[in-house]
Design a protein around this ligand. Structure first.
Ligand code: ATP
Length: 365
């Protein structure tokens, strides 16, 4: 396993700049996820690290070695892609050991390596099968096996699960996490799925328009987002937002007519803002009877109830903003009902309406 360091990395394709001043420090053995909307540069950054794409400027280190000019095959990395290339005419065992055969390893060495990898991935009973006799998940495991057998210092995975159905994705996600824990190989995993990012990563890099907006543990990013994009990207349903403006007596007037007292710690931050938005996560909204004792509360009409089994998502509007809250299973709320909604200042995030920067949260504090 190796550490990876990106220093002021830029990448352009002709006139189009797709990565801007990427700085990133990845420790040995960490599981890192690059996540962000389509076109933000995740795959390009992964390809730069793999060596499949040249860096326009900046420095890339794997371990202590600057690898800008080192070819992919000498970087000691293994890649797993969305379209995993396994050879249809070869058995599972032959697919896993193909690279070793090319490199001239003996039959005995190949068999020992295949047996070890098959045991790790639960493929022992499938070694003689051809890919067409396997399920999607089993094929994906063979592709992982080909990567693992090399015992690389770094795994790079680009949306490796996106061809699988939802149930299999969940299952493979757990397998990949367990595998990485066991092998302790530094891993970078690209996805646009925030649930995958939250559940797999030791640390997440959230990307937008060729930049890393925030890099940290899933919990840091969820509970202390530095900007509105990160706050709204992580979390299902996403954070609710309301515009606000400073009002008399140190209060904020929210666009739905409610007021919120600004704590002294945030007064100067608010005074400097032209426009303000507050954010509140769905699970922090109180809905029903308990809403009345909240710092801020009002009434709305329920537009839709989405029963998810263990909980129900309640959709409603306030000041023409779509809001979503969560209620527990069995709560007596239906579409068309007038409900009390409320939240506490401690659960509010405060954003600059122009830049999206988060200027405060836990407003009781
Ligand atoms: P997705 O989630 O859709 O795969 P991504 O975040 O991985 O997106 P990239 O594939 O890294 O995004 O692409 C980043 C930007 O670079 C996009 O605007 C893309 O059009 C552009 N791009 C990627 N490869 C090339 C290329 N070879 N030539 C020109 N532009 C490219």
């Amino acid at each position: 396993m190796s550490s990876i360091k990106c220093k002021k990395i830029n990448k352009s394709f002709g006139d189009i700049q797709v990565l801007n001043d990427i700085d990133l420090d990845i420790n040995m053995g960490e599981f890192i996820v690059f996540v962000g909307p389509s076109g933000c540069g995740k795959t390009t950054l992964l390809r730069l690290i793999s060596g499949l794409e040249d860096i326009s400027s900046g420095d890339l280190f794997i371990g202590d070695t600057r690898v800008n000019d080192v070819s992919p095959k000498h970087r000691d990395i293994a890649m797993v892609f969305q379209n995993y290339a396994i050879y249809p005419h070869m058995s599972v065992a032959e697919n896993i050991s193909f690279g070793m055969k090319v490199r001239g390893n003996s039959k005995a060495e190949r068999k020992a390596a295949v047996d070890e990898v098959a045991a790790i991935l639960g493929l022992e009973h499938l070694l003689d099968r051809k890919p067409k006799q396997l399920s999607g998940g089993q094929r994906q495991r063979v592709a992982m096996g080909r990567a693992i057998v090399r015992r690389p210092s770094v795994f790079l995975m680009d949306e490796p699960l996106s061809n699988l159905d939802a149930k299999l994705r969940n299952q493979m996600r757990v397998e990949i996490k367990n595998l990485q824990r066991r092998l302790q190989t530094t891993t970078i995993y690209v996805t646009h799925d925030q649930v995958e990012a939250m559940t797999l990563a030791d640390k997440i890099a959230i990307m937008k328009d060729g930049e890393i907006l925030q890099f940290g543990t899933p919990d840091e990013l969820y509970s202390r987002p530095t900007n509105k994009f990160v706050a709204s990207f992580l979390g299902t349903p996403q954070m609710n937002f309301l515009k606000a403006e400073p009002a008399a007596k140190g209060k904020l007037l929210l666009e739905n007519g409610c007021t919120l007292k600004i704590p002294p710690a945030y007064k100067s931050a608010v005074e400097n803002l032209d426009n303000i938005e507050i954010g509140i996560r769905p699970e922090s909204l109180r809905i029903g009877k308990q809403a009345k004792s909240s710092t801020v509360n009002w009434q709305s009409t329920v537009d839709l109830c989405e029963a998810l089994g263990s909980e129900t998502i309640v959709h409603f509007e306030t000041a023409e903003q779509a809001f979503q809250g969560k209620i527990s299973r069995g709560a007596d709320i239906s579409e068309g009902d007038m409900i009390n909604v409320g939240f506490d200042a401690a659960d509010v995030y405060l954003f600059c309406g122009s830049t999206g920067e988060c200027v405060g949260h836990a407003l009781n504090g």
